[in-house]
Design a protein around this ligand. Structure first.
Ligand code: HEC
Ligand code: HEC
Ligand code: HEC
Length: 431
């Protein structure tokens, strides 16, 4: 009921905003088409830099449908307003962006407006990309325009009324888009500002790690990076509200952003996996250092020590005095115990240190136990089997609440068995 009521309020607000927008904004002009630029006009250096920037911005992750050619579009993204399909951003003149001049490309990245003058939906994270410098946008353009042109027209996006009217985004932008580069913070070091630039612009960390308001816009200020939702996973807070039991330090963060694994925290298992695999792992050491340096500046001071937490959990798991403990011992310990055991391939994350055990939402853990990790963020991490067909909803709930209380020392999650059943139904399962 409450949800419905909220959406009613949102739609009402949007209709009103639409009326305001119609009055306030005239239509945006079309930018004249060009013939696809000759590759020779871009330098190899510029193209190479652009390749790295495209990785940082995860362009291909959203612009490639399963089985489709890189960046040719057609990936379906579900939103409460309907399905949005990503565009073809290869340099094909008719179905892609081959006829886009650099100013047309820059306008899309800065203002979320396509070459014809139509407003784009913020499922395309231009609210972050807008912060990218002109130099970086030039390099990105050089890279995209020198990739293979693919002729493919993605299905048309048809949202429910009033969201179907793209012009309505003018009002949304007016309310929520802060266009253009941010001035560096003069009170911070150059490396900190570099980190803020990478994260806030092409890295678009806040698209997943910030909570959103009723109009689906990211919250700013002290709410920025305080935790959000991505593809049904919880993206934990990266600011002072970080749930990590042991504070992230710069070395651990840098290693995590490069490899998807940190000894004191664990692995990137869900949507963070591709962000690392296709994007962050390809950045320079200097840039990852800057990102880590910037992130660490928000970490809360915690005194917990990784070794102590792990040792306590190890002791706890030796006592098989409950159904949860026995389940853990039977199904998980062989790969997750920190004692010497048969050395299997991959890493051995200590579950006592995992942020997911310390967040209010059990969703990430449920997903990992049901479906395992078949695509590690980087190859050396190894894979984890799913338990969808071995464990019942009740067994998974018992096990996870045992980990939650006995490993993490937190109050048990409520209604856990139903949540497991729900996610089991609505997730696809590993093939
Ligand atoms: C989180 C998903 C996501 C990411 C990441 C993403 N895009 Fe997109 N992009 C979209 C969607 C969805 C659309 C279509 C929006 C619409 O139809 O209103 C789009 C549209 C565009 C358009 C407009 C194309 C047209 O024909 O109208 C351009 C240009 C673009 N993206 C470039 C990029 C670049 C460059 C990157 C990487 C730096 C990138 N995108 C990363 C989701 C994404
Ligand atoms: C065959 C070995 C194996 C078994 C059995 C196993 N895991 Fe894992 N698990 C792994 C590996 C390897 C990873 C890291 C995989 C990666 O990131 O690619 C992992 C990762 C995880 C993660 C993510 C950790 C993090 O830091 O985010 C969780 C949670 C997890 N396992 C829980 C469990 C639970 C609960 C069980 C028992 C039901 C279990 N695992 C059984 C091998 C295993
Ligand atoms: C597509 C959504 C998405 C984007 C973009 C994204 N993240 Fe994440 N991130 C997640 C999710 C979801 C998790 C937790 C579960 C997982 O996927 O492993 C996570 C986990 C993390 C963690 C581990 C936190 C912890 O306490 O365990 C760090 C650190 C992190 N992300 C940093 C970043 C940074 C820095 C950026 C930007 C450069 C970024 N993320 C961009 C979705 C995202």
């Amino acid at each position: 009921m409450i949800r419905k009521y909220k959406w009613l309020r949102v739609s009402g607000g949007i209709v009103l905003a639409l009326a305001v927008a119609a009055a306030l904004f005239s239509l945006q002009p079309e930018i004249a088409p060009i013939s696809p630029p000759d590759a020779a006009q871009f330098s190899a250096d510029s193209i190479n830099r652009g390749k790295k920037l495209a990785a940082l911005g995860d362009c291909s992750a959203c612009h490639t449908r399963p089985g489709g050619m890189t960046n040719s579009g057609g990936l379906a993204m579900d939103t409460p307003f309907g399905t949005i399909y990503s565009s073809n951003i290869t340099p094909d003149a008719t179905s892609g962006i081959g006829s886009w001049s650099y100013p047309a490309f820059r306008r899309a990245m800065r203002y979320g407006i396509d070459r014809h003058g139509h407003y784009l939906y913020p499922a395309f994270p231009y609210t972050s990309f807008t912060q990218t410098s002109n130099d970086d946008l030039q390099d990105l353009y050089a890279f995209l325009m020198t990739q293979p042109a693919v002729s493919y027209r993605p299905p048309e996006t048809r949202l429910s009324f009033p969201f179907s009217i793209r012009q309505g985004m003018a009002a949304w932008n007016w309310l929520f888009l802060q266009p253009g580069e941010r001035a560096p913070d003069p009170n911070q070091s150059a490396i900190w500002n570099r980190g803020a630039y990478l994260a806030g612009g092409l890295g678009h960390c806040s698209a997943c790690h910030s909570p959103r308001n009723l109009a689906a816009a990211e919250k700013h200020g002290s709410d920025a990076l305080s935790g959000g939702i991505a593809e049904g996973w919880t993206a934990p807070a990266l600011n002072g509200h970080s749930p990590a039991p042991v504070a992230w330090d710069q070395t651990q963060l840098q290693h995590y952003l490069r490899t998807g694994y940190s000894r004191e925290h664990g692995v990137a298992a869900g949507p963070m996996g591709p962000v690392i695999a296709g994007g962050l792992s390809q950045q320079s050491d200097e840039d990852l250092e800057a990102l880590a340096h910037w992130l660490v500046s928000f970490q809360p001071a915690t005194t917990a020590q990784a070794d102590e937490l792990t040792a306590r959990a190890e002791q706890r798991s030796q006592r098989l005095d409950s159904a949860g403990a026995r389940q853990y011992s039977g199904s998980c310990m062989v790969c997750h115990s920190q004692q010497k055991g048969p050395q299997l391939l991959g890493v051995r994350p200590s579950l006592a240190l995992n942020s997911n055990l310390y967040t209010d939402t059990p969703d990430n853990l449920i997903r990992i136990v049901l479906d395992g990790i078949s695509h590690p963020a980087t190859a050396n991490l190894g894979t984890m089997p799913g338990f969808r067909h071995q464990l019942s909803d009740r067994q998974i709930a018992t096990l996870l609440n045992w980990l939650r209380t006995d490993f993490a020392g937190q109050a048990p999650w409520t209604d856990l068995e139903n949540k497991v059943a729900d996610i089991r139904q609505n997730s696809h399962g590993a093939e």
